[in-house]
Design a protein. Structure first.
Length: 199
């Protein structure tokens, strides 16, 4: 059994961040997906690999202008190098399944800041594109907002990072890759601070 599998009862935490075209998973499309695989290095949890995709929104979804203003994403930017929603989700699931195999884990678990939001959008996108074999647990998540409330007394990502001693660059926030990496560092800090004596 791997250290990861032993620590999380056979589950593999995969840190996810999505940029979306709004807040409603049923009608708003995905714009960016990022995922972070974690692993143990000399007994400490840390980032092992980061992947990300710029997503061409599914034609059946809508994108709100306010979301584009918040993220700074320009949909028709010729340098954006996009993948379809289906391609992105399939590649994400392949990435996760490789991690499951590597760590001898039975199921992945969405780990994110306000994780039910990301979990809902991912599940809906998989359903919309008729993608089977979703490697993530169907309803359980690890939510760093909740964990940070307990560990640091704050739920906002930037403030929780500050209290954890993790640098947070507001100018790079609302990029899926940056937010996923930052959330991963926060999750690792919380897990690493929780002594194995408590297990």
């Amino acid at each position: 059994m791997s250290e990861m599998s032993a620590r999380f009862r056979g589950y593999l935490p995969v840190v996810i961040d999505l940029e979306t075209g709004g807040f409603n998973k049923d009608i708003h499309g995905l714009l960016e997906i990022a995922a972070v695989r974690l692993d143990y290095f000399n007994g400490r949890l840390d980032i092992a690999e980061v992947v990300s995709w710029n997503v061409h929104p599914h034609p059946a979804t809508r994108i709100e202008e306010a979301s584009l203003q918040l993220t700074g994403i320009v949909l028709n930017d010729p340098d954006r190098d996009t993948f379809t929603e289906e391609e992105s989700i399939r590649e994400l699931f392949r990435f996760v399944r490789r991690g499951l195999k590597f760590n001898s884990c039975k199921r992945a678990i969405v780990t994110a800041h306000n994780a039910h939001f990301d979990h809902g959008f991912l599940s809906k996108a998989a359903e919309r594109n008729n993608i089977k074999r979703n490697p993530f647990h169907p309803f359980s998540v690890l939510d760093t907002a909740s964990l940070a409330a307990v560990a640091y007394g704050h739920t906002v990502l930037s403030e929780a990072c500050d209290r954890a001693g993790i640098a947070f660059d507001e100018s790079r926030a609302h990029s899926a890759r940056y937010d996923a990496e930052t959330t991963a560092l926060l999750f690792c800090a919380i897990v690493n601070s929780w002594s194995h004596d408590h297990q």
